[in-house]
Ligand binder design. Structure first.
Ligand code: MG
Length: 618
């Protein structure tokens, strides 16, 4: 079994704010050391001695100072200035109390392509550092002028043969160039001085731009971080696992959240490296969405009641101590909570404030969440009410874990006084297919890791599409049974002021066993579903072999259609209720595995057109 070092470190460049903000955030999230990024120190109002004592007070070791650029391969005329600059940094590091400096491979245009010269110069610098008790970690940048692979940097380190000179391995620089890293396990571990970890999405682009804008924390991208980390650990490396990630979101996000996100990624990575003997208990099996809670107000509440009634739900229970209604149909349960305090000016709004997952072990799910830095939310409950544990997802949605009893009721359902009505149910609606939750721009990758790690979900379908008001990135996740599905989405660029579409839309997709029956029931109830434009059906007829009867049905009821190699998907939509919530009714036929994503742009435009119509526009 791979022995993973305990040290957990983060580079200050991962976080935003002043250097003090970054140190505080790292300490709060549980890191035991940091890498000091030179630019962060230079910009700080604090002197090095103050930084040293602040870090010590926070319990943070300063593990590494970085980067020192354009050192090796310098023409002799320039190397004198390299020496002077290096000496100054060694003095600074002694003030800071940092025991290691990172030298990254040169990118300067005048760098000489001569390994002998590079080794001699690095050896000389290591000698200078050694006199201060400082070690030098040499890192091959993926875009280094002459040294860009870990093998080449190792050749030079061996050639220099100085005990104060070793390697820094950075997963981005290695994995952005090659998937051949198994030989790293054969390196002498005491010559690997430092390990920096970053993931990234698989992109075809200039590697420097890829690195600067798109790095992600481990387990958030497409690189094999567990395999790479295992290889480095198997070499005998004993230093910290250190996160070195820069991307456009982290540079402006709250550093405290980013630090927690980073720590969660390290917990997941360690678990994956040591699998099946990782520190985390396996996630308990999930078997569906037990309920979805909508926060409503005096305007949106009655409107949602009307729609639930038309959809065939029955108001079956009233919470014993809170202003919460339970509506049921089949296994679909919606809670309307009018006790949520709203901000002034937020009237008419409704939002998914919570959802509950059926778990084989609610206590086990909560325990795993705690191990992944998602502690239980404080809850107010009367003595006899069910003790449900909730944790906060990155967008603030409360996620409950529960086990709903069978037909004899009991459990959390006993918190609701019966209204004397049986659950609704002659419309074909049987349960909840999935929840779709738009994510805040800054939290999308964090949310993906949260749901994968805390709930044990897997990536299902990833897509990017052009919507009427910008590019949208979507990621669907599901559990092993396929009964608990979530669909996340986010605009690819931060929204500007002109955002006339539904901002941060959320929808509950209700599963129907017979969408024609559901549509007929809605028609009888007088529901006016979202009208879909005729152009859509003309296009559908042109690009598919749909039976004329089905095409006519879709056209008549405002249905949409998608198919994959395994089956078909039929959809209906309500208008937006309040400012951001709507319902979808879907029928999966055969083994269709998607989410109707190709229809999303047309549906979005239809919601916009309906809103314009309602406002009297054109
Ligand atoms: Mg690096």
């Amino acid at each position: 079994m791979t022995d993973v070092p305990a040290g957990r470190s983060i580079a200050t460049v991962c976080l935003s704010g002043t250097l003090e903000d970054r140190l505080d955030a790292a300490a709060r999230a549980g890191f035991d050391s940091v890498e000091i990024f030179e630019g962060d120190l230079v910009a700080s109002a604090s002197r090095p001695a103050d930084i040293r004592s602040r870090a010590a007070d926070l319990g943070l070791a300063l593990a590494l100072y970085q980067p020192f650029r354009d050192a090796e391969g310098a023409p002799p005329s320039r190397f004198e200035s390299v020496r002077r600059r290096f000496a100054a940094k060694l003095g600074l590091m002694s003030e800071l109390g940092v025991p290691m400096i990172l030298i990254c491979s040169s990118v300067a245009p005048d760098t000489i392509d001569d390994d002998g010269l590079a080794a001699a110069q690095l050896g000389e610098l290591a000698g200078m550092a050694g006199e201060h008790g400082i070690r030098v970690a040499y890192e091959a940048l993926a875009w280094g002028r002459h040294v860009s692979t870990w093998q080449h940097s190792w050749d030079i380190v061996q050639r220099a043969g100085h005990p104060a000179l070793g390697l820094c391995l950075d997963s981005f620089h290695v994995l952005s160039r090659t998937s051949q890293y198994a030989d790293i396990a054969g390196l002498p571990g005491d010559r690997v001085f430092f390990l920096q970890l970053a993931d990234a999405p698989r992109l075809s682009m200039d590697v420097l731009q890829w690195s600067r804008h798109h790095r992600l924390f481990p387990m958030q991208g497409g690189f094999d971080l567990p395999g790479f980390t295992r290889a480095v650990c198997d070499s005998g490396y004993r230093g910290p696992l250190s996160l070195e990630v820069f991307n456009d979101v982290f540079r402006q996000a709250d550093p405290r959240r980013t630090a927690v996100d980073g720590m969660r990624s390290l917990v997941c990575l360690k678990d994956a490296v040591r699998a099946p003997h990782g520190p985390l208990a396996p996630p308990p099996a999930l078997s569906g969405i037990a309920f979805t809670e909508l926060a409503v107000d005096g305007e949106s509440g009655p409107e949602l009641q009307r729609w639930l009634d038309m959809l065939g739900f029955a108001h079956t229970g009233q919470h014993r101590s809170k202003p919460v209604e339970l509506w049921e149909q089949g296994k679909a349960r919606i809670l309307l909570n009018s006790g949520v305090v709203r901000r002034p000016g937020d009237s008419g709004s409704a939002a998914v404030s919570a959802f509950a997952l059926e778990s084989a072990s609610p206590a086990g799910s909560a325990r795993r969440a705690g191990q992944l830095l998602a502690g239980p939310l404080p809850r107010r409950r009367a003595g006899t009410e069910a003790d449900l544990t909730a944790v906060a997802a990155p967008d603030g949605t409360q996620v409950f874990f529960c086990r709903t009893p069978g037909s004899d009721r009991g459990g959390w359902l006993d918190d609701f006084l019966p209204c004397g009505r049986p659950p609704g149910g002659d419309t074909g609606i049987t349960g909840v297919d999935h929840l779709s939750l738009a994510q805040p721009y800054d939290r999308f990758d964090e949310a993906g890791l949260f749901y994968r790690s805390v709930l044990g979900l897997s990536n299902d379908e990833a897509a990017e599409y052009a919507a009427p008001f910008g590019l949208i990135r979507a990621l669907a996740l599901r559990d092993g049974s396929g009964l608990a599905r979530l669909a996340l989405s986010v605009p690819l660029l931060r929204r500007g002021e002109w955002a006339p579409g539904v901002t941060h839309p959320q929808h509950i997709t209700l599963a129907s066993s017979d969408i024609e029956r559901t549509a007929a029931a809605l028609e009888r109830a007088g529901a006016r579903l979202l009208p879909i434009p005729g152009n859509y059906y003309d296009d559908l007829a042109a690009r598919t072999d749909l039976e004329p009867g089905l095409l006519a049905l879709l056209r008549r009821v405002g249905g949409m259609y998608d198919e994959d190699t395994r089956g078909r998907y039929l959809q209906l939509f309500t208008p937006v209720i309040g400012s951001r919530v709507f319902f979808e009714v879907s029928q999966r036929i055969g083994g269709y595995a998607g989410y109707g994503t190709p229809n999303a742009p047309v549906r979005m435009a239809a919601h916009r057109a309906l809103a314009q119509y309602a406002a009297g526009g054109n």
